[in-house]
Design a protein around this ligand. Structure first.
Ligand code: GLN
Length: 532
């Protein structure tokens, strides 16, 4: 077994500092030096997972191959490093308590009072070390939330205990904000000093401090942080704002974050990796001259994080084709038959987003009607595919009031219906069709050209499906099922061959797109947009 080393990333001063991006960047840099890594997120909220959370609360819910509904940071981990995450990579306080309470009911603690220390902290430590058993060189653990939050205490306490148990096999990185006061033109370090003090009160001295800032740090600022926060000068790392998150690994390399980490573990620091491929992609993301205008039709337009993975998948495919995609969010509730042309005709392609519930669905259907009739490239994902099916049923097959039973239980034409095994489901958490399923792709499909194979596996997150009773009518009228699940015969992909590019996928291709491996569905879609 390897002598796995553990790196913790905590956050101070404020939330949304980009701990996930720093963790992913460090993981990428360690990988480039030949180490095997994995990243895990510990979320201090009580929900078992974010599957039941509204995107307004926590942005997109990311789905892993093994069907875990997880925090969107896992998406960054996979996109930056190409690693595959699983349920073990995202643990919430809810899950920790559930395990402890289950054990208590089984009698595992018979006679003992069950307490936060040691029982909850033991369970936190067990979940952290579980990943170490898989023989990684490094396990990076990002602690959600901000130091000082009541919910975070057990996690910081677990780190404190691990510092003793694992001795020189653990490094703690603390990420904080250095605000800039424009009136006095000064960068302020006081919030960082207080944040580190809070960590110290819990018995944890950070080894490295990463400072997020709008402006480059002066020598004096670095010196001050080093002095007041008990770290050496080279362990004060600057993370200044950049135009693309994919530049962060390059910045962290310049700041030598990976080298400082390796030094802390007494590991040899060899030559600096060139990151050649990565650099060239970042260069294209920043400087591609030709643009593509993509409309993303959804109901969470005020909140781009709700469509994080889709957004990133479009960026990856754009860079691959040397185009700069401009993504415009179009509110589905503000779209209708009368304004669809005005709102959509200038775009090179239209993507209709996934979603749940009735709100905004008619706008999505009207958008699809416009792009179908006007030969504008269209990609529908999950609910987007379901809306394309409803649109086609109503306007081509003349099945008036066709709908999904999710939106209209007694529709006369349930073209999208609850899967048989879903009919008896009562609990809402973790009970959808989740994770990777096989799909057999037809050689005639447009997607086949990009996938280059007929057997594919994509991730799902839905309860409803195309109703195969209508399949023949759809195919006869020109909408073809080009991807089928071989075990259940469920339709996973619909295409209209006579259209320039009209594709709906029941799965979520966006979850599998990475920086170095953009996804075939998005490449195929953008190629069509290019030729509009
Ligand atoms: N609400 C739809 C279903 O449950 C689609 C879900 C989605 O878009 N992820 O089937």
């Amino acid at each position: 077994m390897k002598n796995t080393k553990y790196i913790f990333i905590t956050g101070g001063v404020t939330s949304s500092l980009g701990k996930g991006i720093i963790s992913s960047s460090l993981a990428k840099l360690l990988q480039e030096r030949g180490y095997s890594v994995t990243i895990q997120k510990l979320d201090p909220y009580i929900n078992i997972d974010p599957g039941t959370l509204n995107p307004y609360e926590h942005g997109e819910c990311y789905v892993t191959n093994d069907g875990a509904e997880t925090d969107l940071d896992l998406g960054h981990y996979e996109r930056f490093t190409g690693i595959t995450t699983s349920q073990a990579n995202n643990v919430t306080t809810g899950r920790i308590y559930q395990s402890v309470i289950d054990k208590e009911r089984k009698g595992d603690y018979l006679g003992k009072t069950v307490q936060i220390i040691p029982h909850i902290t033991d369970e936190i430590k067990r979940r952290i070390k579980l990943l170490g058993k898989e023989n990684y060189d490094f396990v990076l653990t990002e602690i959600g939330g901000t130091v000082g939050d009541i919910e975070s205490y057990p996690y910081i306490e677990a780190i404190r205990q691990l510092k003793w148990e694992l001795e020189n096999r653990i490094v703690v990185i603390h990420l904080t904000l250095v605000p800039y006061l424009s009136a006095s033109k000064e960068l302020k370090t006081k919030p960082t000093q207080h944040s580190v003090k809070l960590m110290l009160e819990s018995g944890v001295q950070p080894d490295i401090i990463v400072l997020r800032s709008e402006h480059p740090l002066t020598f004096a600022v670095r010196e001050k942080v080093a002095k007041f926060c008990n770290v050496s000068m080279n362990a004060v790392i600057e993370s200044v704002d950049v135009s693309t998150i994919y530049e962060v690994p390059l910045l962290m390399q310049k700041e030598k974050l990976d080298e400082v980490v390796l030094n802390k573990f007494n590991l040899k620091v060899k030559d600096v990796p060139s990151l050649k491929k990565w650099r060239s992609i970042v260069d294209k993301i920043k400087h591609a001259e030709k643009t593509l205008k993509i409309a993303l039709v959804g109901k969470y337009v005020e909140l781009p994080d709700a469509y994080k993975s889709i957004n990133e998948a479009i960026i990856h495919a754009g860079a691959h084709l040397n185009y700069k995609p401009e993504i415009h969010f179009i509110h589905s509730e503000k779209l209708d038959k009368d304004n669809a042309e005005e709102k959509l005709s200038l775009f090179d392609g239209v993507l209709v987003a996934p979603g749940f519930g009735h709100r905004g669905i008619e706008g999505k259907i009207d958008a699809i009607n416009f792009v179908r009739e006007n030969n504008i490239p269209f990609l529908g994902i999950c609910l987007g595919l379901q809306c394309a099916v409803i649109e086609f049923a109503r306007n081509v097959l003349n099945l008036k009031d066709a709908n999904s039973t999710e939106m209209h239980q007694n529709t006369p034409f349930p073209v999208i219906d609850l899967m048989e095994e879903q009919k008896s489901v009562i609990n809402l958490g973790g009970t959808m069709r989740l994770g990777a399923y096989d799909c057999v792709l037809s050689k005639e499909s447009k997607l086949y050209k990009e996938y280059g194979k007929t057997e594919i596996k994509e991730r799902h997150r839905h309860r409803y499906e195309f109703n195969n009773e209508f399949l023949k009518d759809f195919e006869d009228a020109g909408m073809k099922a080009t991807g089928i699940n071989p075990d259940s015969d469920l339709v996973e992909i619909f295409e209209i061959p006579d259209h320039k590019w009209f594709t709906g996928v029941q799965f979520h291709p966006e979850y599998k797109s990475t920086v170095l491996k953009p996804h075939p569905v998005f490449i195929s879609f953008l190629k069509a947009c290019k030729n509009k």
